[in-house]
Design a protein around this ligand. Structure first.
Ligand code: 13P
Length: 251
């Protein structure tokens, strides 16, 4: 039985005072939910704040990006080892906002995945199609290509230490969620693709759904066989909403 996981992706939101209230509210809200796992991925400057607020609790923390390089003259970049210094467990890799707005290719996502694993971080590897790709019927092809960036180089074993997040681009921040059946179909496809290489890794693989997950749809999404939790954007910034989604995963 896979444990469910709910991860908040704060994106580029937050200030010290707001974060304090959010972290305290989430901590208090999920303290008793022991049957699932939780985390928040915060902007880099707030990693120390997350670490001091969450240390020793049942909420882990992580970053939303990292450099594929260990160290060097890379102005503005943040090395995997630096994330380890602040106790990060997770790092989001290949988010569609990185792919789309910052032109991160499958090759870059692959290099970042490798760097994260080598540093001891758990990558949350994001895949997902755009609306036009869905409408042209190439969702599986797109997701397969994104997934293969990892599978072709590291094999199924590469995913044994990672989490996959299916985030249809058209559902991110739009209020349009994939229906549980639409999401389940892609999750099952992802698991099958991994199972073709290694059925044990596939069975154990945690596959999150992301894209307008809200308290009102979390229960039905998490009830699907291959949906193991959520990667939550907007709703992770609102204590009551995030706690409600965490509660849905704890059932
Ligand atoms: P929303 O929950 O705001 O749609 O964002 C999803 C997401 O991109 C999480 O990584």
């Amino acid at each position: 039985m896979r444990r469910r996981l709910v991860v908040g992706n704060w994106k580029m939101y937050g200030r010290l005072d707001r974060n304090k209230a959010l972290l305290e509210g989430v901590l208090a809200g999920v303290r008793d939910f022991t049957s699932a796992d939780y985390a928040v991925c915060v902007p880099y400057p707030y990693l120390a704040q997350a670490q001091s607020a969450l240390q020793g609790s049942n909420v882990a923390w992580g970053a939303q990006n990292l450099s594929q390089y260990e160290e060097g003259a890379f102005t503005g970049a943040v090395a995997p080892g630096m994330l380890m210094d602040f106790g990060c467990r997770y790092v989001i890799i290949g988010h569609s906002e990185r792919r789309g707005l910052f032109h991160e290719s499958n090759e870059i996502a692959q290099a970042k995945f490798d760097a994260a694993i080598k540093a001891g971080l758990t990558p949350i590897f994001c895949v997902g199609e755009t609306l036009s790709e869905r409408e042209s019927g190439v969702t599986e092809q797109v997701v397969a290509t994104q997934l293969d960036a990892v599978l072709n180089v590291f094999g199924a074993k590469g995913l044994a230490k990672a989490i996959v997040a299916y985030e249809p681009v058209w559902a991110i921040g739009t209020g349009k969620t994939a229906s549980p059946e639409q999401a389940q179909a892609v999750h099952a496809f992802i698991r099958q693709r991994v199972a073709d290489l290694d059925s044990h890794v596939a069975q154990a693989l945690c596959i999150l759904y992301g894209g307008s997950v809200k308290p009102g749809n979390a229960v039905e999404l998490f009830a699907m066989q291959d949906i193991d939790g959520g990667l939550i954007g907007g709703a992770s910034l609102v204590v009551d909403d995030f706690v409600a989604i965490c509660r849905a995963a704890a059932k």
